[in-house]
Design a protein around this ligand. Structure first.
Ligand code: FES
Length: 186
């Protein structure tokens, strides 16, 4: 190191500045953390949000209510929506959309969250099974959940009037054999 460099370096350290290549003694370098970047919402959630924004708000001329963009219920898909106060379960099987009441006849489990195999949905709670084409209950024959008219138009699924009501009977045995009181038993 030459004399000039030596003097420069000495003056800097007296003034508290770091010498070239070394941090000043007692003055650790402070790293400013970069703010965390929020991860983008999952693509599926974004698609639903976008789709629901475009949902027609008013019933159509025939009184059908739009519940979902068609593309959000693909083949084998299902979901739960509300038409007025009525929870409905929507399914697509072999390209066709079916709409039945969402509340399982056992203990009101949401059928739109059940497991779909062909035309049969199994309630996610205790596996009671229903035919999505007409709401008939296969676990407790002779009973059924409501069934609704449905159509697809302008890229949306539209739910119409009820074809028939749900049975009033509720409760029964679990598939695991556990007995449950039938609340409408006389
Ligand atoms: S609530 Fe559906 S099977 Fe129990």
């Amino acid at each position: 190191m030459g004399v000039r460099s030596f003097l420069k370096s000495t003056l800097k350290s007296i003034a508290g500045q770091p010498t070239a290549g070394k941090p000043a003694a007692g003055k650790p370098t402070v790293k400013v953390p970069t703010p965390p970047v929020a991860p983008p919402p999952p693509a599926a959630a974004m698609a639903i949000e976008q789709g629901l924004k475009t949902l027609p708000k008013e019933p159509d001329a025939d009184g059908y209510v739009a519940v979902s963009p068609s593309r959000l219920i693909p083949e084998g898909g299902r979901n739960t929506f509300k038409v007025g106060d009525e929870p409905v379960a929507v399914f697509r099987v072999e390209g066709k959309v079916h709409v039945i009441g969402d509340e399982c006849l056992h203990e009101n489990g949401p059928l739109g969250e059940g497991n779909l195999k062909g035309h049969v949905v199994s309630c996610a709670y205790h596996n009671w099974r229903y035919d999505v084409r007409d709401g008939s209950c296969l676990t407790n024959p002779g009973t059924r959940v409501a069934c609704f008219k449905v159509k697809e138009k302008d890229g949306f699924i539209w739910v119409g009037a009820k074809v028939h009501d749900s049975s009033r009977e509720r409760g029964g045995e679990h598939d695991d054999g556990l007995k449950v009181r039938n609340i409408h038993e006389r």
